[in-house]
Design a protein around this ligand. Structure first.
Ligand code: ADP
Ligand code: MG
Length: 147
């Protein structure tokens, strides 16, 4: 089942960061958040602002896990596991990335969730980021609860 919880247009990266912070406030241990959208849509920007909010440090470095596939962060409340599955060769390879431990022990934020094809347990939140025609600095953000 899919329920559309929210849809908004942001006009720049800062506004996207603000939406990410709002969502971060609602996160609880065990939550799974998927970020979908094309290359450059803003998935890493969105994940970065969530992590900075949870760590309470605006200067926290949050590199894209393009090559490491997962980066772990300690926050006062729970660990956060930031995945980028773009380079995952087969969905099952996710189990080599501490996947089950991540699900059991913290919050998972997942870029390119489609690469894990069906291995992401429901319920989870899906954030879709899309470009807006003729507005290079704008993004359409849709948040859905997948149950
Ligand atoms: P992805 O992880 O989806 O490949 P990134 O988050 O790495 O994308 O990059 C998004 C790029 O788009 C950044 O360079 C960012 O500055 C730019 N950008 C422009 N407008 C926006 C916006 N409204 N929201 C988010 N990012 C934006
Ligand atoms: Mg990215």
């Amino acid at each position: 089942m899919m329920r559309c919880a929210m849809q908004i247009i942001t006009n720049n990266e800062q506004e996207t960061g603000f939406e990410a912070q709002k969502l971060a406030k609602t996160l609880k241990n065990g939550d799974v958040l998927c970020l979908s959208g094309d290359l450059g849509a803003g998935k890493t920007v969105f994940a970065r602002e969530i992590i900075r909010f949870l760590i309470q440090n605006e200067a926290q470095e949050v590199p894209s896990p393009t090559f490491t596939l997962v980066q772990t962060y300690e926050t006062p409340q729970f660990p956060v596991f930031h995945y980028d599955l773009y380079r995952l060769e087969t969905p099952e390879d996710i189990y080599e990335l501490g996947w089950e431990d991540s699900l059991a022990s913290g919050v998972c934020i997942i870029e390119w969730p489609s690469r894990a094809d069906g291995l992401i347990p429901k319920p989870y939140k899906m954030v879709q980021l899309e470009m807006v025609e003729n507005c290079p600095e704008a993004r359409k953000i849709t948040v859905k609860d997948i149950t």
